[in-house]
Design a protein around this ligand. Structure first.
Ligand code: PGA
Length: 255
């Protein structure tokens, strides 16, 4: 059985003070929760302060991006060793907003995954189709291309260390969740691609999150799907009550 993982992607939100307030509430409300891995991904600037709050906490900490070089003349970038040093254990890689607005490609995603793994950070790697892809019946092709490019050359052992997030771009921040059937179909496809590339035992061990307008009232039906192992939550992770409720509503759901 794969342990579920629910991560909050705070995106470009929260000052250090606001971030500490939110995580302090989450830490209080979720301190007893051990059946699911809970992770928060604040902006870089709040990582250090939050890691101080989360000392001895079961809640994990992640960054939202990284650069693949460790150091050097790369103005404005943040590296895996810096993220580690700030206290994080996870890093989101290849989010669709980074692919859309910041020129991220499957090739850069691949380099970033390697850098994260080299520094013992768990990558949460995002894939997902745009609305026009889905409408043109190209969802499967897009996922296959992103899969083969993003994970090119990675061994089964390396793949077992990462988390995949399927996020249909048309469902992000739109209030339009994929139906549980639509989500399960793509999760199953990703599981099949993993099996073909690395064998069944590796494929069965890798967690695949769903992301895109996850809310307290839809998490249970999503997580009940056989290949959905958690959620990457944007908007609803910005308030303690909705994020806590998502985590709680994911517990004890029969597959
Ligand atoms: P959303 O974002 O929950 O606000 O749709 C999800 C994400 O982009 O990770």
């Amino acid at each position: 059985m794969r342990k579920s993982i629910i991560a909050g992607n705070w995106k470009l939100n929260k000052t250090c003070k606001e971030a500490v307030e939110l995580v302090t509430e989450l830490n209080r409300d979720l301190s007893e929760t051990t059946d699911v891995d809970v992770v928060v991904c604040p902006p870089f600037t709040a990582l250090r302060d939050i890691s101080d709050v989360l000392v001895d906490s079961k809640i994990g900490l992640g960054a939202q991006n990284l650069y693949w070089e460790d150091s050097g003349a790369f103005t404005g970038e943040i590296s895996a060793p810096m993220i580690k040093d700030a206290g994080a254990q996870y890093v989101i890689i290849g989010h669709s907003e980074r692919r859309q607005f910041f020129g991220e490609t499957d090739e850069t995603v691949n380099k970033k995954i390697r850098a994260a793994l080299a520094h013992d950070l768990t990558p949460i790697v995002c894939v997902g189709e745009m609305l026009e892809d889905r409408e043109a019946g190209k969802t499967e092709d897009v996922i296959k291309t992103q899969f083969s490019g993003s994970f090119a050359g990675l061994s089964a052992e390396e793949m077992e260390k990462l988390v995949i997030a399927y996020e249909p771009v048309w469902a992000i921040g739109t209030g339009k969740t994929a139906t549980k059937e639509q989500a399960q179909e793509v999760h199953q496809l990703i599981r099949q691609l993993l099996t073909a590339a690395h064998g069944e035992s590796t494929a069965e061990s890798i967690r695949i999150q769903y992301g895109g307008s996850v809310k307290p009232d839809n998490i249970a039906e999503l997580i009940a799907q056989p290949d959905i192992d958690g959620a990457l939550v944007g908007g609803a992770s910005l308030k303690a009550d909705s994020f806590t409720q998502i985590v709680k509503n994911s517990l004890g759901v029969a597959k």
